[in-house]
Write a protein that binds this ligand. Structure first.
Ligand code: SF4
Length: 443
């Protein structure tokens, strides 16, 4: 088959897409760059909020029309939405041929074989424990994504992930290290360790290292930049902070979702920590890790959130002085405890609060970014910027950095002198080219 994958949602889905592509190619199928050239289209879906689900529905509508107009097309639905009843109903409605849950992605070859053999549908929704499958590095890339575990044992009331990805399962350390070493040999400059809650890697498994030990082991491959996402404050322990502080190529960038600054709301979210415990972790990070950049996730307008609760979120935001944040309005998702037990609040109230937070975040980010003017940052350049005269890269701490395109001939790591800043971007000029082997495609 000529296959194409459309990926929605988080970096874990990016990794799963890469896994599926590797499986298909190893099974003799061909990956094509454009959906129009494909006769097998796979939608790797996200179910965390309503919007990505709406997108998938509209795309499936197009493919159903194509099939009705005689196009030879097999459609597969995978990812978090596939695991939910909602996703299975959608699959029935749009005549999806293959349905694979996040725990069964390695069933893609038997699924395609079954359809090619004339079977009408193929479904696999079990949580397989085949996390030892070795995945080769993605070709021609400078950033490598490496999933170290699947699932989550926390039960935040707004979250569908424990239902769609199941309980935490840590991948074998030797397979992780095999993939990391292969990435290092392939010239990867930056590696992301991925999981819904990477901090609990190996928890309760005597034969596995702790997350802090795994971080250091991956760093020992010599890959210039090691990063990880996503973390949970309940498992963000001092040994992790020490590993970051002591190991030069573990980047001083930490994404630590807080979701709310109000103890009352945190309780309703079942986040298991309170405001003070969270702030203590932040204080320890700022104390131990030089020049650290901290980002977070915040949900605004969670059911029952009062104006006072929201003010608690704003004041926590001030106290931490995040350099960056992903901010969302609460989205009621079927199948979650909050959807079942709590009444949603008017969208106008949620969006008004979100707007206030975004305005404050812009001011704080602008102040934080201006601290880098006149300084040198190590920047990984990977692509052309929207603004045609620039190429875009990211610093060790995940700042978006734009440099004039005439200064860059190859993708790779550069030393960049920062000359100006906006709330979301730093501008600079190249001081010295550091390393890479991939020429930059000038458009
Ligand atoms: S920690 Fe909470 S929000 Fe994150 S994946 Fe687990 S249940 Fe969902």
């Amino acid at each position: 088959m000529r296959a194409h994958v459309l990926t929605y949602g988080c970096q874990m889905n990016e990794y799963d897409t890469h896994t599926i592509q590797s499986e298909l190619v190893s099974g003799g199928h061909q990956m094509v760059d454009h959906p129009n050239d494909a006769n097998l289209i796979i939608l790797n879906t996200c179910a965390v909020r309503g919007k990505p689900v709406e997108k998938v529905i509209s795309v499936l509508g197009e493919f159903r029309k194509d099939k009705r107009n005689g196009r030879d097309l097999t459609v597969a639905l995978m990812g978090c939405l596939a695991q939910l009843e909602e996703g299975q109903d959608i699959a029935d409605k749009f005549g999806v041929d293959i349905l694979l849950g996040p725990g069964a992605i390695t069933d893609i070859l038997p699924a395609v074989d079954a359809i090619e053999a004339g079977k009408e549908h193929f479904r696999s929704l079990e949580f397989k424990s085949d996390l030892e499958t070795y995945i080769t590095p993605a070709p021609d890339s400078l950033t490598g994504f490496l999933t170290i575990m699947r699932g989550c044992n926390h039960h935040c009331t707004y979250c569908i992930v424990p239902t769609t990805r199941g309980p935490e399962v840590s991948r074998p350390v030797d397979v992780i290290m095999q993939e990391a070493e292969a990435m290092q040999k392939a010239g990867i400059q930056e590696i992301y360790l991925l999981g819904q809650n990477v901090n609990s890697y190996g928890l309760g498994e005597a034969h596995l290292p702790s997350f802090a030990e795994l971080l250091k082991e991956v760093a020992s491959t010599g890959i210039p930049r090691v990063k990880f996402t996503t973390s949970h404050p309940m498992n963000f322990t001092s040994d992790i902070i020490d590993a970051i502080a002591e190991t030069p190529n573990i980047c001083n960038f930490i994404h630590l979702p807080v979701q709310s600054g109000s103890d009352r709301v945190l309780k309703r979210m079942a986040r298991e920590y309170g405001r003070e415990r969270y702030l203590n972790i932040i204080r320890e990070i700022r104390e131990k890790v030089d020049d650290v950049v901290i980002s977070t996730d915040i949900i605004v307008g969670f059911p029952g959130e009062t104006e006072e609760d929201f003010e608690m979120t704003m004041s926590l935001y001030e106290e931490v002085a995040y350099e960056h944040a992903y901010m969302f309005i609460y989205s009621a998702r079927p199948g979650t405890p909050s959807y079942k037990h709590f009444d949603d609040m008017p969208k106008t109230v949620k969006t008004e609060r979100l707007q206030r937070l975004i305005e404050r975040q812009k001011e704080l980010s602008y102040r934080a970014n201006n601290r880098y003017v006149g300084r040198d940052l190590r920047v990984l350049v990977k692509e052309m910027a929207q603004k045609g005269d620039y190429v875009m890269g990211h610093s060790d701490q995940n700042h978006t950095v734009l440099v004039p395109k005439e200064q860059i001939s190859r993708m790779g790591l550069y030393d960049v002198r920062i000359e100006s800043a906006t709330p979301h971007t730093l501008y600079g000029t190249v001081k010295g080219f550091k390393s890479s082997s991939i020429p930059l495609m000038m458009v």
